[in-house]
Design a protein. Sequence first.
Length: 166
Amino acid sequence: MRVRGDTGALSVRPATLDDVSALVALRAEMFRAMGAGDVDSRPWQDSACTWFAVRVEDPDYGIFVVDVGGDVVAAAVGAIRDSAPSPTCPAGRDVLISNVCTLPEHRGAGHGSAAFAAVMAWARKAGVGRAELMATDGGRRIYEREGFELNRFPAMRATLKRTRTV
């Protein structure tokens, strides 16, 4: 999709290998906006570069960017998960949406919504029947407009320590 905006040509498109560094920068910005610590450390960013490079052409991942005048300013990622079937997801396949982020100077222009809409269209085309995401307060209304609701069973996490093998 290509439209003309006040800041130049806008394109919503699947990410390519050339977009990997921009995807990592947007991911860092997302964590910065969430108040996460150690956002600028190289180890996780190097791992993220590898992660995006491996998955950018994988059909089980829908990675989309919004390009304005030749610069990537927003992104969103969808990852198809293979889960055991359940009453709310009979086929067992769903999509986890993440990394919905817009650079601060481009916020409020609908770029994050455009990237998110591209992921949702990709997920529907893939035949996935359910989508899940973790929302910040700032992004919640974008997702609610698409039909997302708070779940009775909130996410819980634990950091696992690697065990030593003998």
